[in-house]
Design a protein around this ligand. Structure first.
Ligand SMILES: Cc1cc2nc3c(=O)[nH]c(=O)nc-3n(C[C@H](O)[C@H](O)[C@H](O)COP(=O)(O)O)c2cc1C
Length: 196
C-alpha cells in the first residue's frame, strides 16, 4: 500500500484548492492501491525560507519547529498529489515555500498535480514539474487541469453540483501514473537502504 499525501497548495479565504482537494481525496480514497492523507498548508505555518544553510545540506532536524513538523509528514510519504493554484503563471508562494523549506524528505518519490486556472493551471504545473525534479522527485506525465475554477462555484463559494465529474478520467490517468512511479521508486528506495 502506497502512502500518498495530498497537499493543499493555497491558504487564502475562499480558496478553490479546498474544493479540488476534497474532490481528488474522494477519488484517491476509493482506490485500493494507496492510503491518502490531506496536508493543508494552513496547518503548517512555516516562515518564508530564510536560513543560512540550504535544506539540502541538513541531514538531521531543521532549525525551525514548524518546518520539522512538515518534514516529518513528508518523510512518511511514497508520493504526492499537489493541489496547485496558478498565481501569475506560477505556483503560489506558500506552496513553493513548502517545497523549498525541506529537501531529503522529497527525494526519490513520485509526484502528480491537480491544477486549476484560466488554462487549467498548466503553467503552474509545468513550473512545479521542474521544481520537483530539482528535489529528486519524479513527476508524472499526466495531471488534472481544471479550467476556469471561478465558474465552478456559486456566490457563496460552494462547488456547483457535478462540475468536476468530467475530470474524473484525467484524475484516474494521473493517479495510475503516480502509482506506477511511486511503486517503482518505493522498491528502489528499499533496495538502496538495505544495500542490495
Ligand atoms: C495573485 C493571483 C494571481 C493569479 N494569477 C493567475 C494566473 O496567472 N493564471 C491563472 O490562470 N489564474 C490566475 N489567478 C486566478 C486563480 O487561478 C484563481 O483565483 C484560483 O482560484 C486561485 O487558487 P486558490 O483559490 O486556491 O487560491 C490568480 C489569482 C491570484 C489571487
Amino acid at each position: 500500500m502506497l502512502n500518498i499525501k495530498i497537499i493543499i497548495g493555497s491558504t487564502r479565504p475562499n480558496r478553490f484548492s479546498e474544493h479540488a482537494g476534497a474532490w481528488i481525496y474522494e477519488i484517491a480514497k476509493a482506490r485500493t492501491d494507496m492510503e491518502v492523507e490531506v496536508l493543508d498548508l494552513r496547518d503548517y505555518p512555516m516562515p518564508f525560507y530564510n536560513e543560512p544553510i540550504s535544506p539540502s545540506y541538513i541531514m538531521g532536524e531543521y532549525p525551525n519547529p514548524e518546518v520539522n513538523n512538515w518534514a516529518k509528514k513528508i518523510a512518511e510519504a511514497d508520493g504526492f498529489i499537489i493541489v496547485a493554484p496558478e498565481y501569475n503563471r506560477g505556483p503560489s508562494a506558500v506552496l513553493k515555500n513548502s517545497l523549498d523549506s525541506i529537501s531529503k524528505e522529497w527525494k526519490y518519490k513520485a509526484i502528480t498535480f491537480v491544477g486549476y486556472g484560466s488554462v487549467g493551471g498548466g503553467r503552474s504545473i509545468e513550473q512545479l514539474r521542474l521544481n520537483s525534479v530539482e528535489l529528486w522527485m519524479t513527476p508524472t506525465r499526466n495531471a488534472v487541469h481544471i479550467f476556469e475554477p471561478w465558474t465552478l462555484v456559486d456566490e457563496k463559494n460552494n462547488l456547483k453540483a457535478g462540475v468536476l465529474d468530467h475530470y474524473e478520467g484525467s484524475a484516474i490517468g494521473a493517479l495510475d501514473n503516480l502509482v506506477f512511479l511511486a511503486t517503482a521508486l518505493q522498491e528502489a528506495r528499499a533496495k538502496i537502504s538495505t544495500g542490495k
